[in-house]
Design a protein around this ligand. Structure first.
Ligand code: PRX
Length: 650
């Protein structure tokens, strides 16, 4: 968090009130209405959440207690019985919604499918029976490593139907990453596909799973969906085709009545230390968070066609491709492939073809589209759009303005939504019919959310000053723990500022009460909206026999937000050649995945360190960004290291 970031955002004074036509139809129609409801929600949190749980969700049995808060452990809606897939499917099987498209899907090659609520319900029930027939029981963990096809949504909904806990792994992760997650979650089964399409190539998912199986101790069976018809090896007794098993079961599978706090899913994300963290979300609270934010932030209406471009391998896909929209009975669009295949018009083509009205994507994509040029969106009719959203990283005001003008035609509110894997659902965002939007600001806290910006001691900072973003009180969709490591959960989120949830982000609040997120304050990078820890990349690098030491930092990148720069010291006797550089890049790709490919690997005889031996990353960040180092360097042990690194750069 530098002063530069803070002053540059202070210059932003443009503000856009909600368009009148939008406002008059919106669920929340004015700033006053928002403020009144927000005040009520934070003054009477249990009452507020209890009322929302009652009106937005369908329960088998009502809860006894709204919140049991034993800091930092929360139990929401104890004693209640509920099922996520029932709320996303069965309750929409009404005469009005039964035939409504639940999922409109397009594959990268151009194939497409529409599943109505009735179709999706049938597939989910059938697949839930497949899981049961293969020995999956309530509480078992199931890994899901699939392309973005409807079967991925079917797989996770089927898990929720029987109370199995799903662990989705993004298809870009490598076999090592799959094995680590399988072992950490002690998954009993992996659901995958032969392959998935990406930029015209088949990504061989089953092959990656086969490799991961060499190190995955707990997995007994693999179910393979046939997508690309590429050749795969099937191991007798262990591997089964999705379609073979589906043909053998009935479509009758009543939803399990699960406890509110039943473990719903584990999703792995990077932290600044240690291995990836398995963030645990539970049933009722998470569902309520995803449902209520989808309704109000996206202002969902019965006739909307809603498209969130995220992959289901990330939390955005969980909450805003599958659970949030389906719980609201909305139509959700899914697209399997790359945004620029066959060309930069692909997204705009999809919006025109399916008459998308709400579009939610990431700043990294917006910047890439802006760079590709406005001729691409200009070729398409985007007039059906009425609302735009952004998520995953700070959006720079230029990209925000381009998005509003070139994609939204100047008529659509842009909601910049701040949240995290850990928060489960959107925490800070404009409400499109109520909040005046400001390019680059996520604006206001959602109902029931009480953020604050504080210094190291937990003292609130002055208005306009940067500080740590914390959340002061529990909310229903908060993470419950880190799977298998409750101490790490307590330490990482609840020990920095007493009694409060520590987000790891820096932020400031302006005189209008708008929040500006300034990015991570720890060693976590945000590359194209994906969280990566520098430590994980460093461990991958030092696993190479030639590497003595490595330090990884992020540098600003026009399209990706941040890019990965590695500083590497080789062991004596190893020459710093291009071959070694290439090999080290491959090592990172092998350990983590292609999306973590470093932008640069620089060799250095030594790394800048403090006298106590701590690597001074701040200085490396300056070098990677090509800027002068400001601030204190008096603790640097050996000044010549820095001079040498700068020389190499020139
Ligand atoms: O640094 C913040 C950034 O992404 C982090 C959360 O990453 P992840 O758990 O992968 O979830 C991404 C999707 C919710 C945050 O700590 N971030 C997310 N949204 C925004 C953001 N930074 C600025 N503005 C946002 N709208």
């Amino acid at each position: 968090m530098s002063n530069k970031d803070i002053s540059s955002s202070l210059k932003e004074s443009r503000s856009f009130p909600p368009p009148a036509a939008f406002q008059s139809r919106a669920h929340i129609k004015s700033e006053e209405q928002y403020q009144q409801l927000w005040n009520y929600s934070v003054e009477n949190p249990e009452k507020y959440w209890s009322e929302q749980a009652e009106s937005l969700l369908t329960w088998f049995k009502k809860w006894d207690k709204t919140l049991e808060w034993d800091l930092p452990h929360a139990k929401w809606f104890s004693g209640g019985k509920i099922n996520v897939s029932y709320n996303c499917l069965d309750r929409h099987l009404t005469p009005e919604r039964r035939k409504k498209p639940a999922i409109i899907w397009e594959g990268e090659p151009g194939d497409s499918r529409t599943l109505t609520y009735e179709d999706l319900h049938k597939e989910v029930c059938q697949f839930a029976n497949v899981l049961k027939s293969q020995g999956i029981k309530k509480g078992d963990r199931v890994t899901v490593y699939m392309p973005l096809v409807p079967e991925l949504a079917i797989a996770i909904l089927a898990c929720t139907r029987i109370g199995a806990t799903h662990c989705v792994i993004f298809g870009g992760f490598s076999s090592d990453a799959i094995a680590d997650r399988n072992n950490n979650a002690e998954s009993k089964m992996v659901l995958t596909a032969d392959g998935g399409w990406r930029r015209g190539q088949v990504v061989e998912l089953k092959k990656n799973v086969d490799e991961a199986m060499l190190k995955s101790k707990s997995v007994e069976k693999i179910i393979v969906y046939q997508r690309c018809k590429n050749t795969v090896t099937m191991k007798d007794g262990r591997d089964f085709w999705w379609h073979d098993l589906m043909a053998k079961v009935s479509a009758d599978c009543p939803a399990e009545e699960l406890d509110s706090e039943h473990p719903l899913f584990i999703l792995y994300t990077s932290g600044s230390t240690g291995s990836p963290k398995g963030i645990l979300h539970t049933t009722a609270g998470y569902l309520l968070g995803a449902t209520i934010t989808s309704k109000y932030v996206f202002d969902l209406k019965e006739d909307d066609v809603y498209w969130c471009t995220a992959d289901i391998g990330w939390v955005t896909g969980h909450s805003y491709v599958v659970y949030g929209p389906l719980a609201n009975g909305a139509t959700t669009v899914m697209y399997e492939g790359a945004p620029n295949t066959p060309d930069w018009g692909r997204f705009w083509n999809i919006i025109e073809k399916y008459k998308v009205s709400i579009f939610y994507t990431a700043p990294t994509a917006i910047r890439a589209f802006a760079k590709a040029g406005e001729e691409w969106p200009n070729k398409h009719n985007l007039k059906t759009l009425r609302l735009l959203g952004s998520v995953g990283e700070p959006i720079n005001p230029e990209a925000w303005m381009w998005y509003q003008n070139k994609i939204g035609g100047g008529n659509c509110p842009v909601v910049d939504t701040w949240w995290q894997t850990e928060t489960g659902s959107i925490m800070i965002s404009p409400l499109p019919g109520a909040t005046a939007t400001v390019p680059g600001s996520a604006t206001r806290p959602f109902f029931g959310v009480q953020p604050a910006i504080v210094d190291k001691e937990g003292v609130p900072v002055e208005e306009g000053k940067g500080g740590f973003l914390i959340i002061k009180t529990p909310w229903p969709s908060m993470l419950r723990t880190i799977w298998g490591d409750d101490n790490r959960f307590k330490e990482q989120y609840w020990s920095q500022i007493k009694g409060c949830y520590f987000t790891g982000d820096g932020a400031r609040r302006d005189e209008k009460g708008n929040y500006w997120i300034l990015g991570r304050i720890d060693d976590v990078l945000n590359v194209s909206g994906h969280r990566l820890s520098t430590m994980e990349i460093e461990s991958a690098l030092v696993s190479d026999p030639a590497v003595a030491e490595a330090a990884v930092v992020g540098a600003p990148h026009d399209l990706k937000g941040e890019s990965i720069h590695c500083f590497v010291t080789l062991k004596i006797g190893n020459a710093p050649t291009d071959d070694v550089r290439k090999r080290l890049i491959d090592v990172v790709v092998k350990h983590i995945g292609a999306f973590a490919r470093p932008e640069a690997v620089r060799f250095t005889d030594s790394l800048p360190k403090t006298r106590s031996g701590k690597i001074m990353r701040r200085l490396l960040r300056d070098i990677a960004a090509g800027r002068e180092s400001k601030g204190d360097t008096s603790t640097l042990e050996d000044f010549s290291v820095l001079a040498k690194l700068r020389e190499d750069e020139n």
